[in-house]
Design a protein around this ligand. Structure first.
Ligand SMILES: Cc1cc2nc3c(=O)[nH]c(=O)nc-3n(C[C@H](O)[C@H](O)[C@H](O)COP(=O)(O)O)c2cc1C
Length: 182
């Protein structure tokens, strides 16, 4: 095993599941694909997303104090890639998808029609951590497609292919054949 100092700017800890954060400020709606995101707490329900201050989404979240976290299937990788290759400063990203979105029930955040799970979050904290900022959201509501989950909890990977990112514009999904209880 080769050892180098620090963490090289590579994708060694990928694949990671993709989430698309959505936000709205002054009627401007924007979407940003993310792989640096995680659940943080069940009680209270907290979800964290890590965003570079260079992104347009960064200022929209700070101004609106809200964001949604949308999970989509592998078949939507092309629109996700598009959302991740342009900035909402230059392009209206809400027009890049035909399916559209609706408004949240507890927040003014956009809820993607193509998503199978969405967390609506109210921004409660943010921490600058090196060259990214961790936004901590209190989850006010969760939308989910009931038929996509076993016992309302676990994703039915036999019929639903989650979207994972390997790096360098390459996407991948899971192999349901490998599923096994340990
Ligand atoms: C699959 C994927 C994952 C990404 N993950 C992150 C991330 O976790 N944090 C981040 O700041 N940018 C991430 N990016 C980059 C942003 O999505 C990209 O810079 C985007 O165009 C920013 O849009 P905005 O300027 O409208 O906010 C990712 C891009 C892709 C394609």
């Amino acid at each position: 095993m080769r050892v180098v100092e620090g963490m090289p700017k590579t994708y060694y800890h990928y694949p990671r599941i993709v989430a698309v954060a959505g936000m709205r400020f002054n009627n401007k709606v924007n979407f940003i694909p993310l792989v640096w995101h995680t659940g943080l707490s069940f009680s209270p329900p907290l979800y964290g997303i890590s965003i570079s201050p260079k992104r347009f989404s960064f200022e929209l979240i700070l101004k609106s104090g809200e964001f949604s976290v949308n999970f989509v299937e592998f078949k939507y990788r092309n629109v996700v890639e598009k959302w991740g290759s342009v900035s909402g400063r230059d392009v209206d990203k809400s027009n890049l998808i035909r399916a559209g979105f609706k408004n949240g029930i507890k927040t003014d955040t956009p809820i993607l029609d193509i998503a199978y799970v969405v967390h609506e979050c109210e921004l409660i904290e943010h921490y600058t951590l090196g060259d990214h900022t961790l936004f901590v959201g209190l989850v006010k509501a969760t939308h989910y497609r009931e038929d996509y989950f076993d016992d309302k909890t676990m994703l039915k990977v036999d019929s639903v292919s989650p979207l994972l990112y390997l790096g360098k514009h390459v996407y991948i999904t899971v192999d349901p054949e490998s599923k096994e209880s340990a």
